[in-house]
Design a protein around this ligand. Structure first.
Ligand code: ATP
Length: 228
């Protein structure tokens, strides 16, 4: 089943057009890597899906329903779990309270999140504000998972973090994948990203420029669309 289906998406910031025709789909159980150089429209695409920066034209369907004009909280309730760029947790709640506040019935429970991120389990009674940046990122992923989303969206979840923490997060992402979780993921570390992706979608100047399996992403294509 097609979980996410974006067609001809055009999005503006005020008068400035950022997306000029993004086409992107995610099948149930699939992990799609959304790629492209800086400023090509990855974050804007994600923000449009969640209606944080609404689409001007084109269509976005989720699990067969048109969500193009739906409000963010309704989209979240339908099963889109977003881990936005720059983490968001409640600073004055503990780690455990943060997770429980997000929790909805499903296979990802508090215990499941704790097993995924032992560092969080060790800090369950600490206020989120006292966590390191990497731990807060783990908590943001844990919170999104605890909502038991049909689609988990990760936007640069490992950016700017210490190498050991990045490794922990990639290990968790692989474990999440192994559970069959559908994912849309943006990340710049291709060596980690490509092995977890079933398919890549590359944006160039606000348009879908290429899509294919990671194995089809030749050096030529990387050079053309991702090289600096
Ligand atoms: N809040 C904003 N106001 C105006 N223009 C914006 C805003 N955010 C992004 N843009 C512009 O929209 C275009 C797409 O940006 P976007 O952040 O979606 O790209 P990206 O592919 O996610 O890049 P990055 O890898 O740098 O995060 C860029 O030209 C950017 O300058």
């Amino acid at each position: 089943m097609r979980l996410l289906d974006i067609q001809g998406l055009e999005t503006f910031y005020g008068k400035s057009q950022a997306l000029f025709g993004v086409d992107l789909s995610v099948e149930e159980g699939e992990a799609v890597a959304l790629m492209g150089r800086n400023g090509m429209g990855k974050t804007t695409t994600i923000r449009s899906v969640c209606h944080l920066t609404p689409a001007q034209s084109g269509s976005i369907a989720f699990a067969g329903r048109d969500i193009t004009r739906m409000k963010p909280h309704r989209i979240a309730r339908l099963g889109v779990g977003l881990v936005p760029e720059g983490r968001r947790c409640f600073p004055n709640l503990t780690v455990e309270e943060n997770i429980l506040a997000a929790a909805r019935p499903g296979k990802w429970t508090l215990d499941g999140v704790n097993a995924l991120f032992p560092r969080l389990a060790e800090r369950r009674d600490q206020y989120a504000s006292t966590l390191s940046g990497g731990e807060q990122q783990m908590l943001a992923i844990g919170r999104a998972l605890a909502t038991n989303p049909r689609l988990l969206i990760l936007d640069e979840a490992t950016e700017g973090l210490a190498p050991v923490i990045r490794q922990d997060i990639w290990r968790a992402i692989r474990a999440i994948r192994a559970e069959g979780q559908s994912i849309l993921i943006v990340d710049k570390t291709l060596s980690e990203l490509l092995p977890v992706a079933d398919r890549c979608v590359i944006l160039e100047k606000g348009r879908t420029a290429w899509t294919g399996a990671p194995s089809a992403l030749t050096e030529d294509i990387q050079e053309r669309f991702l090289g600096v």
